[in-house]
Design a protein around this ligand. Sequence first.
Ligand SMILES: *Cc1c(COP(=O)(O)O)cnc(C)c1O
Length: 392
Amino acid sequence: MSQKTTNLIHSVPVDELTGSISVPIYQTATYVQEAPGVNKGFDYGRSNNPTRLALENIVAKLEDGYAAYAFATGLAAIDAVLKTLKTGDEIVAVDDIYGGAYRLFTHIYEKFGITIHYVDTTDAENIKRYINEKTKLVWLETPTNPTLKISDIKAIAKTAHAANALVVVDNTFASPVAQQPLKLGADIVIHSGTKYLGGHSDLVAGLVVVSTPELAEQIKFIQNASGGILGPQDCWLTIRGIETVTLRVERQCKTALRVAEFLQACDEVGQVYYPGLASHKNHELAQQQQNGLFGGVVSFTLKDDTEEAANAFVTSTQYFKLAESLGGVKSLVCHPAQMTHKSIPHEKRLRSGIADSLIRLSCGIEEAEDLIADIKQAFEKIKKLEPVEVFN
Ligand SMILES: *Cc1c(COP(=O)(O)O)cnc(C)c1O
């Protein structure tokens, strides 16, 4: 683990011109040329920027990829990958995909004649039923949001490659500290840099990491042609965040496991979703696939499975701030049914395990005991406010 952090820190380059130990922010739109077409490798701010290049090289190393490209947001990164497709192509995607990706797929790309099949990818066999000669991408998230389902990247990559489809893994929830999908056979990795990579809830960013020169050429072309790049200030801020990603994520994962174990023993709690618990359906797979790190997000339902009870809880915590997003140093709490997953119809939500009372916690870097104490006091407060009768 320490070797990894050493490599990571030293993949952040020292500036050759001045010795600046921090990557300079090149806040420029254009670059002066010696003669038409004769330049120092940079010609226009959309096409290339040294601060962005530094970030892209760091992320490529972090994911053990061939190259990486930085975009304005995670969704802009997803959009760039979708633009490699053409009318008639098909995608097989994880059924409880990130809501923003679902919206982009169905409300924008289906319009252009791209078909998306949503499948329960926790069983790799399910994919075989939907894969055909038109399938270009198999789209995974593992763990998923918010019920933290795990899919077998290695097994799915075998199936996809046999059908000449590429495997895309949105690795936002695991982070490269816990999981490196390209090593498991995936072809493209996506990050919302807004979450663990940035790590401080102070920026939005997206990254695409690719495994081959051919894919690099395609994504680089799309990045320049469509222009959804990350600006130099935010590239710098993302680099600054990445320097501590291993420290933060290791701690967040440890804390999340303790929080999950605590929740499991609480009378107020219905079901706890966390891949680090032995009770999780794919615990063994998560153990192998995620270097024994199960992520900083824990979800749970209340025995009083109502929106009101969830509301009372999420407005009673003090360290866990009520907000969308995850992965930052400050802990966050969210009620998916009313926030991140509000646009999904109630029935469909329930079917994918998003109960009315489901609560999602993103553990930050506070002391685990303090976070547990916060949860305890929130349960106490709810009890005092409105005693609920629990029927089993
Ligand atoms: C947040 C998130 C995204 C979208 O990223 P933005 O930076 O908000 O555009 C994509 N995938 C997952 C899994 C996410 O959590």
